[in-house]
Design a binder for this molecule. Sequence first.
Ligand code: FVH
Length: 295
Amino acid sequence: MASTGKTDVTVIGLGDMGKALAEAFLAAGHSTTVWNRTASKADDLVAKGAHRADSVADAVRASEAVVICVLDYRAVKDVFEQAGDALDGSVVFNITNGLPAEAKEAAALAKEKGCAYIDGGIMAVPPMIGKPGAFVLYSGESQAVFEDNKPLLEVLGDARFTGTDPGHASLLDLALNGAMYGMLGGAVHAMAVVGSEGIGAQDFSTSLLIPYLTGIMGIVPHFAKQIDTGEYTVDVAATLAMQQVGFRNIRQASVDQGISSALLDPMQDLMDKRVAAGFGSDDFSGVYEALKLEG
Ligand code: FVH
């Protein structure tokens, strides 16, 4: 803890995201030590007041709280190796994107190194860091370790602890990003379809796409209730059999306009599978069951 009363922090990994994290800590008045494999990426931050560490070991010794944000868990392992025994007594927040299994492996490695370990998933892009709307999911070690460091973590965005399973934050992160890519892929596909008739993507998205998608999200709580209860026949908004027929038109219109249906085909397959299994009078949410891999 520095004389400012604010927790010192070390940031390891200064890619687009790591840089944004370090800048947010500096702006909030935290004494910030930085390390990056390619040392020159720290230059701007040093000019803004960050302390440059010459090695991972020096970086982690500089602060009790260590934030790691590198490309993947192979890089995380490299960082742990380079840290040697310097991580003993540290609290590591690894907010690198990865699989739940990788997060669990990293937690085991951290235990061997004698440090507390909390994994995380950043639900924001770099320009959002430290601004309203950004949030970061955390899980691992203990609620107490998280709470002790919450004021520091809140600098980055809303800090949400999701439990002591180190893989849990990653699972939530990947599920949310799967939803995001489904939505954004759908948005880009729609722009391609209307673009084939010369309709500009900006006009289309402002006047139609965003209002439609925003409104339609209102159905999600209803689907969630059906999924939690397994009762897809209750308060059906629109039958799957009807939607299966309508979906063929969406797919065919795309192909007719010279636009690939690659993003739509898997959804058509799921609907077909579910209707063929006798669930055509259920709501759309029933495709949840068709998503489960057999065996
Ligand atoms: N940027 C984003 O929008 C997303 C938002 C959600 C979360 N992700 C995840 O954050 C991690 C870092 O992403 P990034 O955007 O900072 O990624 P890059 O700009 O590509 O920087 C990668 C950094 O990783 C360092 N690195 C790579 N391999 C190693 C290694 N073996 N040992 C040590 N460091 C390594 C790399 O170093 P250098 O290439 O500059 O030397 C960069 O600092 C990521 O998990 C996203 O999925 C971001």
